[in-house]
Design a protein around this ligand. Sequence first.
Ligand code: SF4
Length: 214
Amino acid sequence: MKKLKSTKEVHIKEILRLLDEEYGTDDRCFLLYEKPYELLFATIMSAQCTDDRVNLVTGTLYKKYTSLEAFAEADLGELEKDIHSVGFYHMKAKHIIEAAKMLIREYGGEMPEDIDELTKLPGVGRKTANVVRGHIFNTPSIVVDTHVKRTAFRLGMTDETDPVRVEFDLMKKLPEDHWTLINLQLIRLGREICHSRKPLCEGCFLASECMKRL
Ligand code: SF4
């Protein structure tokens, strides 16, 4: 006999269908990069900063520092000035130089794929590591940032609020082909409609499926 699907499965499936319809299924990263380490550093810089601002800064930065070695040998004060406008520039510049040194020293200049290895790099938590895994290695990875955390909870996709718990919960509930994509879709939802202070529920394309846990 065919197993009946639970309400939650149906509910999430319908939300994914609507997200695909509205935002498409292109899972290209919003941050611009060519080399793997450039995505890593852009992601480090993107904490508490917009992707547009980071892209503006990296557009110049990656022309000035053209190799991992160049970042490893960078002068801290000068790099701070170069990335000043992304905010928290002292800590971010320090992490970038230290991460570049560690990639050269421990990994022969290559990007590790393993999440435990990635999170050993300075300034790299699960969120940044999952961005790298999803976009560099095409390993299905769920990146939980502030938009994903907020919107997934409001929609009723998860009951968790801690980012790591949200990540593991969504891994259980979502099909793998949506693991990398869900971050990009929920970021757009959070930026354009489901704002943290004033969500535009009226007219939202997900209103019929949303638990609206505001
Ligand atoms: S209906 Fe409201 S709470 Fe639900 S996703 Fe849309 S804007 Fe957010």
